[in-house]
Design a protein around this ligand. Structure first.
Ligand code: NZQ
Ligand code: ZN
Length: 391
């Protein structure tokens, strides 16, 4: 195993009905007035808003509403939210929603306290110092991104459409409430997109890590991917299946709380690097975009890491080919077919994109390759070549 240090400061409260504990959990953090950040309308329609605000009231916590977070959240809305948090005198943030809401809530938490402009942190021109973010709690309603148990936040710049991330432990939610009942209204489209995202989070380190004997990490990834696939099948067959909703919720959290990648050595996220321009420039849902870029990238990558793609194929998709190259090819085909069957787009054309968009997508991906140190091989030309495999 490779050396690592791991600290995850997020408390998880998991279980059916736990949304009613939100107020008590927020009060236990010492918060008295929170900015309640949420999306367009889902929590108003499915009763989660009422359950959360009733629990805040019962716990004596005041709140100021800040709705309107969009999927692929925008910088301008986060900056306005930070101003609102300051104006309201909020001593913390409560995010209620999916990854977009949690990510923007983190940008608001940062913007309300940090000395530099919010975008400076996303561009890497500024780094958070101690105490430079308001404390944040979360109620997750859409399991996919892992934002509920990590310090990551992804925001899109309104004008340039660049999608950038900050990862900092100060931005980990102090507490995240994971109530599977709040996810019963997630529609089949987002069930599919979420499975694609959470699987990608699990397999990017699995596929890119250096060769080594890593049975703990491999077993973790294989278990999480199998759980996501099984739970997704069950949810699509029976949307009211709470056991499956719960399994998906915890699996997606474990997929991106960076526990599974501890000790794997250097690894990278090329499928995500290629996807962010799709969602940033063209507003493709993040998980849907990964269903396009993931298999295309694997097809390109399996010439170099046939062993890892073959391991993915055999241990996660039950491919039985003895030859590594044949197993890898069969695995990619099965994976793409599964993503499609559950309801994802799997080609650029499925997203309404084509050759005309590839140069701009590749240019943005190559910039991210540098920012994320994904690898010098990911030039604009290489990124374009990989995207052409997704036509
Ligand atoms: O806005 P509302 O009305 O709430 O509707 C949302 C939204 O339209 C809806 N939704 C959420 N919970 C629901 C529900 N609908 C019915 N019932 C519920 N219980 O779902 C739609 C999509 O929500 P969104 O939050 O955008 O989806 P997701 O969780 O996939 O988040 C995607 C964002 O997270 C970023 C992505 O780039 C993207 O911007 N990521 C964040 C990461 C992180 N923080 O670590 C890592 C990821 O790789 C990813 O980049
Ligand atoms: Zn993702």
């Amino acid at each position: 195993m490779f050396p690592f240090s791991y600290c995850n400061p997020t408390k998880i409260v998991f279980g059916n009905g736990t949304v009613t504990q939100t107020g008590a959990e927020v009060a236990a953090l010492g918060l008295r007035h929170v900015l309640l950040v949420y999306g367009q309308s889902s929590i108003r329609r499915n009763g989660v808003y009422d359950a959360v605000t009733a629990s805040l009231k019962a716990a004596g916590v005041a709140w100021t509403d800040y709705p309107g977070v969009s999927p692929n959240p925008l910088l301008s809305h986060a900056v306005a939210g930070a101003a609102q948090a300051r104006a309201a005198g909020a001593d913390g943030i409560l995010a209620v929603g999916g990854g977009s809401v949690l990510d923007e809530a983190k940008a608001i938490a940062l913007g309300a306290r940090a000395p530099h402009a919010v975008w400076d942190y996303y561009e890497g021109r500024a780094t958070l110092g101690p105490g430079e973010a308001l404390p944040l709690a979360a109620v997750l309603t859409l399991p996919a991104t892992g934002s509920e148990m990590n310090g990551g936040t992804v925001i899109t710049h309104d004008e340039t459409r660049e999608k950038r991330a900050v990862i900092h432990p100060l931005l980990n939610p102090k507490t995240s409430v994971l109530d599977p009942e709040t996810t019963l209204t997630v529609p089949p489209t987002y069930v599919a997109y979420s499975a694609s995202d959470a699987i990608s989070h699990t397999i990017e380190s699995y596929l890119t890590r250096p060769p080594a004997f890593l049975p703990v990490q491999d077993g973790y990834a294989e278990g999480v991917v199998r759980a996501i696939m099984a739970a997704t099948e069950r949810i699509l067959a029976a949307p009211g299946d709470l056991e499956a909703r719960g399994a998906m919720m915890w699996a997606a959290t474990l997929a991106w709380n960076f526990l599974g990648s501890c000790g794997v050595g250097p690894w990278s996220t090329p499928a995500h690097m290629l996807e962010h321009p799709l969602s940033g420039l063209h507003n493709v849902p993040h998980g849907a975009g990964l269903a396009v870029t993931g298999p295309a990238w694997m097809t390109w990558e399996c010439r170099r890491r046939t062993d890892r793609v073959a391991a993915f194929a055999r241990r996660m998709l039950d491919v039985s080919e003895a030859d590594d190259a044949a197993a890898a090819a069969e695995g990619i085909a099965r994976f793409r077919a599964w993503l499609k069957r559950i309801g994802n787009p799997v080609t650029l054309a499925d997203c309404g994109l084509g050759d005309a968009q590839i140069p701009e997508l590749a240019r943005h991906a190559a910039i991210l390759a540098q920012a994320w140190a994904t690898g010098a091989e990911y030039t604009e030309e290489t990124c374009a070549a990989i995207l052409r495999l997704a036509r």
